[in-house]
Write a protein that binds this ligand. Sequence first.
Ligand code: ZN
Length: 341
Amino acid sequence: MALNNDQFNRILREYDKRQQENHYQLQQRQEEIYARIPAIQQLEAELATNAVAATKSTLMGDTTALDQLKKNNAELIEAKQALLISHGYPADYLSMSYTCPDCKDTGYITDAQWQDEDHVLLSNNKCHCMKQAIVSMLYQQSNIQIALEKENFSTFSYDYYDKTFIHATTGMSAYDNVKEIVNTCHAFIQNFDSNFENILIYGESGSGKTFLSNCVAKELLDTFHTVIYLTAFELFSIFEKHTFAKKGEDNAEEQFQGILDCDLLIIDDLGTELTNTFTNSQLYNCINERMLNQRSTLISTNLNLEQLKALYGDRIFSRLVGNYIMCNLFGNDIRFKKQLQ
Ligand SMILES: [Zn+2]
């Protein structure tokens, strides 16, 4: 996935901003603590002086200086943390806090590989947070983070699924059914890196399909996977643009490639787009290509299985039935219920 310079610079500026904000917050915390616990400022000054002295001694050939410094510093740091805790602060209150601790908000992770005893090869790889930032930029997904704050497993409620609402064919209550589907989703997430699986969630509008898709998206984003979330309408617009756009126009190629490559593709509301032979063949290629590359896909749709078959034909339908875990979500209209509260 590649971005043009302007888009990439926007991401880098975002990282700069994040670093500045975290620095500023640390400064604020320092000022607050120095005012409340002046002894800490002295301890920090001592830590800094020790480091300078130890560097000097090491340069002068004193090999024990570094060990002594480590010992002294450990004691000073311990004293500092004890002071913070005794004043009701967490021990790491004066440590830099990073939005992404893995890359310390630089966007890159430096890997060191020893070529031989003396030579180390350093390579700068994009951090998972940078990869996802590129995805968000490419598909203008900036809103998804906000949606995921609200819709995730910690906010998912079973209360909306009636224990007395029984499915006519399966005889299962809406409540038991959703519990089973949530378990399926958890297992899907847990085995994501070892088992190649796909999920199709189907059910009437308002049964909580998008909410559940968001739950899955959040868990996988939190475990550093690239997730692309598109409504069927957006997905087919990208296919169309990719087929008909002039070369190099509007990230068409990058967007298309990302759809095939990302760790999890979520297609929301399949069946709401206008379907024709073009969209059907594009959908087939997308589903098929991702399967060949062992990339998981989660599809949600309001259509039932008969409708899916009628709309997309045997070729797509058999791919779905053969390779997707089918989850039929049902219940009373959850959106309607929520609005009443
Ligand atoms: Zn990172």
